[in-house]
Design a protein around this ligand. Sequence first.
Ligand code: FES
Length: 156
Amino acid sequence: MPNKEDLEKYAKQIQEMILEQARKEYSEVVIEHWQYPRNFRATEQPDGYGKVKGVCGDTMEMFIKVKNGKISECSFLTDGCATTIACGSIATELTLTKTFIEALAFVSGETILKKLGGLPEASIHCAFLAAETLRRALADSLYQQKYSWKKQYRKT
Ligand code: FES
């Protein structure tokens, strides 16, 4: 029976093998955002919320808060793959401190792909899922501004 030290060593070796394999397909930026995702959480009482199911069946949720005309908080959740996590993470970073218009204009699937240093063909849709989820959250924030009285009836 292996002892605790052996198991830890074995787990570390497996992690290294996974990372080595990932480095063949993904940039260091993708791997870094996957391992240490930014803003990976729900936000209580967001000013804007979006939830989108991608073509692959994975879902992303995005939450924004707006203060003085700028996005003061932007967070996400996903049940998707490592690439989806990296895309959501960088999308929230790109969105923070931007105005509504700047976020809408700047944070696209193409921008996310560029900032991540590209993705393999099979993962490109993950970037567009993140961008679409953000767009829904931004659109929702406009709706909530217009119909602020409805906020008390919302669950999210
Ligand atoms: Fe489906 Fe990433 S969003 S694999």
